[in-house]
Design a protein around this ligand. Structure first.
Ligand code: FAD
Length: 437
């Protein structure tokens, strides 16, 4: 079958979510002619649209913490990062602080050592100190998280929790608008975005990519392709046939987020923090309008819903997931008014084997990936764009990123981020094995 070559570009980015748009922005401002192709209706309409958009620094290992801290500085001064003001509006960072409970399996001592090194501020709070600051929170430990039909679910607390409190965390008020801001900035550098356009084939010869074929049958030629397909990334990777040398896998995982009323005294306006609570298997954050966004942290007792075909997964959250989530939340928030109706969304993470993303090249020349973002990389989108540009530039210059990983100097801290930490060929990182990273 012969195809029309409709376009030649320097780079094709597959996916215009928050990370794809950031990659496009960085490649375009680096001087490349970029075409972004997305099957959806606009920037950020994929899994990004469901994101809780939390910005926090509580990852398990060094390079992800440094990445989140560097990335936060870019969100704090968003217009400076973009170099332009989007006439359709700019996202806002909403500061809340972050309370992270000290829980079995989440090494807060390792985290504090790194926070000290990077000068990330925090208080270490014992149970009474948490209660004084946030009296609406129960500080009992119920670990491990349990199913609601487990007879031990309603058992009394076994001890009192302590926590770290970081005052500089918060969230971005509109994740889809964040993607639109990045796409707008990318367009100022000449990037072209094509929506309602699906990539159906990766065109390649023996060694290198040549471009993509679209659902229209048209082709775009380019020597660089970046797979930023979110939950579709593993399917795109199979299209490209670049799985041979990957040591880290990634796959779409269903994730449900619910809306619940804030407890009295625990709203955004009251200064409630976002809470990472592996003790009950939940995270939650306040949002405008007196409600909380509530997500799960994949406790061992819960079944994981891996998704083979992301196009067919329902966006309606399950009643079972909602009940579990609300019952668990009621343990932590004694004055919580249980809602009578489910409210929320179902979306997907592209979860990697160790919950650390893959920002890397591949075994095929010209084919790169920014995927496996594991439900925790919204905050790192501005850094992911810069990392991909650094890896692509180095690789195109003949550098062997696999043998000698690119080191990236953080502008704010001056510290070096080892981009080998995000390699497809890494050994599994020692993380919490949950969305917390
Ligand atoms: C429920 C939920 C809550 C989250 N909460 C947080 C949080 O609080 N903090 C945090 O840091 N991170 C969070 N995340 C993670 C974060 O939102 C994601 O890591 C990030 O949004 C992924 O962006 P992306 O651009 O890689 O993917 P997406 O936004 O999914 O974009 C991928 C795009 O690729 C397009 N595409 C796919 N296949 C094709 C194809 N064949 N051809 C053309 N286009 C294609 C899709 O249409 C889509 O627009 C959360 C994620 C979810 C799902």
């Amino acid at each position: 079958m012969s195809h029309d070559v409709t376009r030649r570009a320097d780079a094709i980015v597959i996916g215009a979510g928050v990370i794809g748009s950031s990659v496009a922005f960085e490649l375009a401002r680096g001087g490349r002619q970029v075409v972004v192709v997305d099957k959806g209706p606009g920037p950020g309409a994929g899994s990004t649209s469901a994101s809780a958009a939390i910005i926090r620094f509580s990852y398990s290992t060094r390079d992800p913490i440094l990445t989140a801290w560097e990335g936060a500085q870019l969100w704090f001064d968003w217009e400076r990062h973009l170099g332009v003001r989007d006439p359709d509006g700019m996202v806002e960072f909403i500061p809340t602080g972050n309370l992270v409970f000290r829980t079995t399996g989440f090494d807060l001592e390792g985290i504090t050592a790194l926070w000290d090194e990077f000068e990330i501020p925090y208080d270490d709070l014992d149970g009474p100190a948490i209660s004084r600051r946030f009296p609406w929170l129960d500080v009992g430990s119920y670990y491990p998280p349990k199913r609601v039909d487990d007879p031990a679910f309603a058992d009394d607390a076994t001890s009192s929790l302590s926590a770290l409190y970081n005052p500089t965390s918060g969230f971005i008020d509109d994740p889809m608008l964040a993607s639109r801001n990045l796409a707008y900035a990318a367009r100022q550098h000449g990037a072209e975005f094509r929506f309602h356009t699906r990539v159906t084939a990766i065109d390649r010869d023996e060694r290198a990519v040549r471009g993509v074929t679209l659902d229209s049958g048209q082709q775009i030629e380019a020597p660089i392709i970046v797979n930023v397909g979110g939950p579709h990334a593993s399917g795109i990777k199979r299209l490209a046939g670049v799985t041979d040398d990957m040591l880290i896998g990634h796959k779409a995982l269903r994730a449900e987020v619910f809306v619940a009323p804030s407890p009295p005294g625990g709203s955004l306006e009251d200064g409630a923090p976002l809470v990472a609570d592996l003790d009950i298997g939940q995270y939650f954050r306040p949002q405008k309008g007196g409600t909380l966004l509530v997500g799960g942290t994949e406790p061992e007792c819960d079944e994981m819903h891996w998704v083979d075909d992301p196009d067919t997964d329902s966006e309606v959250p399950s009643v079972e997931g909602w009940e579990t989530s609300m019952m668990r939340l009621a343990r932590r928030l004694p004055e919580f008014g249980m809602p009578s109706q489910p409210s929320g969304v179902a979306a997907m993470y592209d979860a990697s084997d160790d919950w650390v993303p893959i920002y890397d090249r591949s075994s095929m020349d010209g084919y790169f990936m920014a995927c496996g973002t594991s439900g925790n990389q919204f905050k790192n989108a501005p850094m992911a764009g810069q990392y991909m540009r650094a890896i692509i530039d180095a690789t195109q210059d003949g550098h062997d990123h696999d043998a000698d990983p690119v080191q990236f100097r953080g502008e704010y801290t001056g510290q070096m981020v080892n981009l080998g930490a995000f390699s497809r060929r890494r050994h599994k990182a020692a993380t919490s094995n949950t969305v917390m990273g």
